[in-house]
Design a protein around this ligand. Structure first.
Ligand SMILES: Nc1ncnc2c1ncn2[C@@H]1O[C@H](COP(=O)(O)OP(=O)(O)OP(=O)(O)O)[C@@H](O)[C@H]1O
Ligand SMILES: [Mg+2]
Length: 466
C-alpha cells in the first residue's frame, strides 16, 4: 500500500519539456522585422519579412536615418497607396528599425472621435507621448552596505500598547568609509516595509529621504551564504557614504504632464475620491512642463528624443484635426508625423471639398509622400509564403499558386485571410498540409469585396434598406 502510494507520488512529478514558453500572438504584421535594407540603404528583395516594394522601403530607410540623427522633427511623411500594399507594414518596419528607445506611437484616424474628450486633446496627448525626454539629475545620496541597523520604537500616540518606529540608526559601509547616520520615522518605516537588514546595499536620498534597496552586498555574510535568493547581488559601493550621484530618467512629455497635473491637483477631490485621474490636462500644465524641459535642455540637464506619431487611415481625420496637426508641426517640441491613407481623390472629412488623398492641400504641401504600389505575382507569392511560415502552416506549391491567384485578382490581404482559413479547413480534415482542395473549399464559402458587392447588387431588392 505504502509502495503504491510512493509510486503515485513519483508519477505526479513531471518535467516540463522545452524552454520557457512565452506569450505569442500572430498579428497581421508579426512577420515584419525591419525594412530589409543592406548597409547602403538598398532594399534586398526579400529580407526581414519584407518582400518587394523596394522604393517605399528605401525611402523609409532614409527617413529612419534622419530620425536617428534628430533631423526630421516637425516633418510630415505621407504613406499613400492602394489597400493592402504594405503601408502599415512599412510603418511597423520603421518602428522596428528605430529600436526601443525612440518613442513610436501608432493610432488610427478613427481614434480621435470620442464622446468624452476633445479631438485636439487626443491629438495633443498622442503628440506628447512621442517626445522622449532624457533627464539627468545630480542628487546627494547616502549609499552603502548596511552593517548595523537599530530601529528605535516608541508607544503609539493613540494606543500606548502598540509600538511604532520612531527613528533608526544605520551604519553604512563603502569600500573606503564607514558612517553611522540617524534618521526619523519615515525612513525607519520604509526600511521595515522593504525588509532591509544587514547585508543589503541601500541608497537614501539626502533631500527627500526616499530609501531604495539596491540588492545584497556580495562581500557581506549574506551575499556569501545565500544560495537561492530573489535579490540581486551587487558589489560594495566605492567612495564616500554621502555622495553626489547622477540619475538618468527617460520619460515622455506626456508622462511629465501627468506627474505635474497630479502634484497640482492635491485638492480635496483627490482626498475624497482617492485619486486625481484627470481626464484632460490643462494647457497651463503643458506650458509649464515645456518651459521646464526647455530650461533643463539649456542647462544641459535634459536631452530631447523626438519620436514618431503614426496615424493609420488618416483619411478618417477631419479638417479640424488636419489644421490642428498643421499648426502643431510648427511648434518646437513635436515628433515626426507619419500619415497613411489608401484614398485617391476623396472628400476631406468635415467638408465638401475633394482633394488628393482626402487631405488638405496645405498639409500635402508640407509633407513628403512615399507611395506604395500593387504587388506583382512573385511578391504576392513570397509574402504568402512568409505568412504561412509565420503562422506555422504547411502548404503545397499548387495551393500556394492558387492563393497567389486570389491575391492578384482580389487583394493580398484577402489572400492572407484565406490562407488561415484554408489551414483551419485542413486541420478539420485531419491533414497537416494545406492543399488545393482546402483553398477551393474556403474560396467557395467566403466572399471577397468584389464578390460581395456583386452579390448585393444581384439581390438588392431582397435586402432591407431602411
Ligand atoms: N512588402 C511586404 N512584405 C511583406 N509583407 C507585406 C508587405 N506588404 C504588405 N504585407 C503584409 O500584407 C498585409 C497587408 O498589408 P498592409 O496592412 O500593410 O496594407 P495597407 O497598405 O496598410 O492597407 P490598407 O490601406 O488597407 O490599410 C499585412 O499582413 C502586411 O504585413
Ligand atoms: Mg493599413
Amino acid at each position: 500500500m505504502l509502495l503504491q502510494f510512493r509510486g503515485d507520488a513519483m508519477a505526479s512529478i513531471r518535467e516540463i519539456p522545452g524552454g520557457i514558453s512565452r506569450f505569442e500572438r500572430i498579428g497581421a504584421h508579426t512577420h515584419i522585422r525591419g525594412l530589409g535594407l543592406d548597409e547602403n540603404g538598398k532594399a534586398v528583395k526579400i529580407k526581414d519579412g519584407m518582400v518587394g516594394q523596394e522604393k517605399a522601403r528605401e525611402a523609409a530607410g532614409l527617413v529612419v536615418k534622419m530620425i536617428k540623427e534628430g533631423k526630421l522633427s516637425g516633418k510630415c511623411i505621407i504613406l499613400a497607396g492602394p489597400p493592402g500594399t504594405g503601408k502599415t507594414a512599412i510603418a511597423v518596419a520603421i518602428s522596428k528599425e528605430l529600436g526601443p528607445n525612440v518613442p513610436f506611437i501608432q493610432m488610427s484616424g478613427s481614434e480621435i472621435y470620442s464622446a468624452e474628450r476633445k479631438k485636439t486633446e487626443i491629438l495633443v496627448e498622442a503628440l506628447r507621448k512621442c517626445i522622449g525626454v532624457e533627464i539627468h539629475e545630480m542628487r546627494k545620496v547616502y549609499e552603502g552596505e548596511v552593517t548595523n541597523i537599530n530601529i528605535m520604537t516608541a508607544p503609539h500616540p493613540y494606543n500606548p500598547y502598540q509600538k511604532v518606529p520612531e527613528s533608526v540608526r544605520i551604519t553604512l559601509k563603502t569600500k573606503d568609509e564607514e558612517k553611522t547616520i540617524e534618521a526619523g520615522a519615515s525612513i525607519a518605516q520604509q526600511i521595515i516595509a522593504q525588509g532591509i537588514s544587514e547585508g543589503h546595499v541601500i541608497q537614501i536620498d539626502a533631500e527627500t529621504g526616499r530609501v531604495a534597496d539596491l540588492g545584497i552586498c556580495l562581500e557581506s555574510k549574506k551575499g556569501k551564504t545565500y544560495d537561492v535568493d530573489v535579490s540581486k547581488k551587487i558589489p560594495r559601493p566605492e567612495g564616500k557614504v554621502l555622495k553626489e550621484k547622477e540619475f538618468v530618467y527617460t520619460m515622455t512629455l506626456a508622462d511629465l504632464d501627468q506627474i505635474n497635473a497630479k502634484s497640482r491637483s492635491g485638492s480635496f477631490f483627490s482626498l475624497l475620491f482617492g485619486g486625481s485621474e484627470t481626464k484632460e490636462i490643462d494647457t497651463e500644465v503643458r506650458m509649464m512642463v515645456d518651459e521646464q524641459v526647455k530650461q533643463l535642455v539649456d542647462e544641459g540637464k535634459a536631452f530631447i528624443h523626438p519620436g514618431v506619431l503614426f496615424i493609420d487611415d488618416s483619411h478618417l481625420l477631419d479638417l479640424e484635426a488636419f489644421s490642428f496637426l498643421g499648426r502643431a508641426m510648427e511648434s518646437e517640441l513635436v515628433p515626426i508625423i507619419i500619415l497613411a491613407t489608401n484614398r485617391g481623390i476623396a472628400r476631406i472629412r468635415g467638408t465638401d471639398i475633394k482633394a488628393p488623398l482626402g487631405f488638405p492641400l496645405d498639409l500635402i504641401d508640407r509633407a513628403v509622400i512615399i507611395s506604395t504600389y500593387q504587388y506583382d505575382r512573385e511578391s504576392i507569392r513570397e509574402i504568402l509564403r512568409i505568412r504561412a511560415e509565420e503562422e506555422e502552416i504547411k502548404i503545397d506549391e499548387k495551393a500556394l499558386e492558387q492563393l497567389t491567384d486570389v491575391g492578384q485578382k482580389s487583394s493580398l490581404r484577402y489572400a492572407v485571410q484565406l490562407l488561415s482559413l484554408a489551414s483551419q479547413n485542413a486541420k478539420m480534415m485531419k491533414r497537416d498540409k494545406v492543399t488545393v482542395e482546402d483553398v477551393e473549399r474556403v474560396s467557395s464559402l467566403f466572399m471577397d469585396v468584389n464578390q460581395a458587392s456583386e452579390y448585393l447588387r444581384k439581390h438588392e431588392e431582397k435586402f432591407l434598406t431602411h
